[in-house]
Structure formats: structure tokens, C-alpha cells
Design a binder for this molecule. Structure first.
Ligand SMILES: Nc1ncnc2c1ncn2[C@@H]1O[C@H](COP(=O)(O)OP(=O)(O)OP(=O)(O)O)[C@@H](O)[C@H]1O
Length: 274
């Protein structure tokens, strides 16, 4: 559980990117952060793993304020893993397998555990054919998958991903989401930013909306898409499934399937019954 208490952040050029944010991110949820370009999503994420320190306000892990000294940051980064929007910001070792091993090595794990973990994520993310390849020869989408593999290998309790599917083709975007769902447990929180409202509606337990450095919504994904004023201000459209339900005159949207597969099953059942 991470809590922001009146957190603001100002870049050195004077831009205020976070305005007095106070909220708690509960443990074990799948959280989608929505917001248009420049809303403050990446800036917020960089605070979650201690890369940025608030200009004013405090961030807590459980009840303990973040410590920005070497020891505090090392402990924090064992718990909070982040995948940046730009994979070049986090890949620096020679080959794919060396890069994936880098994080677990920094956590001081035994070589057996590191080896087992690296093998596991290489298989999971279908990186066998690339394992010996130098990072700088990889395509953007391949780099992104390696960056995600490197963070998954550390098994963080809180996993943050800044637009994980941007730059990936549909096959790998779906694969990544499947692996994230497998990775998610009641103890592990996944927080990702996305511009894809359809995906957020289907996937998330909890949705956050940012606009101009402020949090304008935090709550249930179904309730969000009834909030026309918030959607308009954040330039968000309604998800297709939500629109379909509305079109069909369904009143209780909370009971309506948020997954395409469930919706399809429901429609098939209804058609057979009619
Ligand atoms: N290094 C920086 N110096 C000054 N201003 C910055 C810097 N980085 C970001 N900003 C500004 O901070 C604000 C928030 O930017 P941020 O990158 O957090 O937004 P975002 O929601 O992640 O956007 P996107 O969806 O485009 O990735 C923007 O106004 C941006 O111009």
C-alpha cells in the first residue's frame, strides 16, 4: 500500500507536474492510470519508485515515509519495479540475458536463484531466440519485452508499467497482458498507464484519471464512464463495450460483462434462449 500525502512536484524549469496529490493505492489491485499527454502520469510513476522526490508532501510505503538515502532506495526498489515508456532508459547491459540478470543481481540474490529466474522470464516472454543478442541490435518492441522481462524477474510486490503495450504489435501486446495477469496475485499490485479506455475498462479493478497534474477520478471503472464531465475534461472517450451496453438499454452496468469474451458468451446464451 502506497500513500501520497499532499504531494506536489515542480520541474527545475518551473513546470508544476503534480498538484497536491493525496490518495492511497491499495495492495493487490490491477490499477489503470488514464490521462492525456502531459497529464503527469510518468512524473507520478517516477515518484512511486523513488526516482523523483516530491517538492512538497510525503509518500509512504505502508506507514513508513519513503527514505531517499542509498539504503532506503535499495529497499524500495526491491519492492517496487518500474518499466519505463522508453526501454532505452532502462536497458544497458551487453546482451538480453545479461540485462535481465542485472536487476536480480543487484538485489543480492544467489546465482542459482538468478539463473532460474532469468530462464523463467526468457521462456515466459518468448525471448529464447534473442538471448545472446546485444541490446543495441534489438527492435523497439523487442527492447520493450526485454525491459518488462527484467522487471518481472525481480518479482516486485508493486509493478509499474508506463504504457506497456505502446510500440508492440497486437500479438506481443496480448502476450504481455496475459503474463501480467498471470503475475498478478492478491499480494501483488500492478499499476499501468494507458491511453486505451477499452483495455482499462476490461482489465482494471481500479481506475485513476489525471489531468493537469491533478487526480480527477479514482474508483470503479464502470462508474467512471458515467462521469461525462470528467471524461470530457480529460479527453477520454467511452469504451465500446460500455456504449454497446447503453445502446442495448442495460440499466445495471455494474452487472454487465466488462470482458469481450464474457459478453460474447452472454450474447450467445441470450440468442439461443430467444
Ligand atoms: N524534464 C522536464 N522538465 C520540465 N517539464 C517536464 C519535464 N518532463 C515532463 N515535463 C512536463 O511535466 C508535465 C507532465 O509530464 P509527464 O511526462 O509526466 O506526462 P504524461 O502524462 O506521462 O504524458 P504522456 O501521456 O505524453 O506520456 C508536462 O507538462 C510536461 O511537459
Amino acid at each position: 500500500m502506497i500513500t501520497f500525502d499532499h504531494v506536489s512536484y515542480q520541474y527545475p524549469d518551473g513546470t508544476i507536474a503534480l498538484h497536491d496529490l493525496s490518495f492511497t493505492l491499495p495492495q493487490g489491485k490491477k490499477i489503470a492510470l488514464l490521462g492525456n499527454n502531459g497529464a503527469g502520469k510518468s512524473t507520478l510513476f517516477k515518484h512511486l519508485n523513488g526516482l523523483f522526490q516530491p517538492t512538497t508532501g510525503t509518500i509512504f510505503m505502508e506507514d513508513t515515509p519513503y527514505q531517499y538515502n542509498r539504503k532506503g532506495l535499495q529497499a524500495l526498489r526491491g519492492q517496487v519495479g518500474i518499466v519505463f515508456q522508453d526501454p532505452d532508459a532502462q536497458l544497458f547491459s551487453g546482451t538480453v540475458e545479461q540485462d535481465i540478470a542485472f536487476g536480480p543481481t543487484n538485489l543480492g540474490w544467489s546465482s542459482d536463484k538468478i539463473h532460474a529466474q532469468v530462464e523463467h522470464v526468457i521462456t515466459q516472454l518468448e525471448l529464447e531466440s534473442l538471448r545472446k543478442k546485444p541490446i543495441h541490435f534489438l527492435s523497439l518492441g523487442q527492447k520493450k519485452r526485454v525491459a518488462i522481462a527484467g522487471v518481472l524477474a525481480m518479482e516486485p510486490h508493486i509493478l509499474i508499467l508506463d504504457e506497456p503495450s505502446a510500440g508492440l504489435d497486437r500479438y506481443y501486446a496480448n502476450q504481455i497482458m496475459k503474463h501480467l495477469n498471470d503475475f498478478h496475485t492478491e499480494e501483488r499490485t500492478i499499476i499501468l498507464s494507458t491511453h486505451d479506455v477499452d483495455f482499462a475498462y476490461e482489465w482494471a479493478d481500479l481506475v485513476l484519471v489525471m489531468q493537469d497534474g491533478q487526480m480527477t477520478y479514482m474508483g470503479d471503472p464502470v462508474a467512471l464512464f458515467e462521469e461525462q464531465a470528467i471524461l470530457q475534461a480529460a479527453h477520454l472517450e467511452r469504451p465500446l463495450l460500455f456504449e454497446v451496453a447503453k445502446e442495448l438499454g442495460i440499466q445495471n452496468l455494474a452487472d454487465y460483462p466488462r470482458s469481450r469474451v464474457q459478453l460474447w458468451e452472454k450474447m450467445k446464451r441470450q440468442t439461443t434462449l430467444v
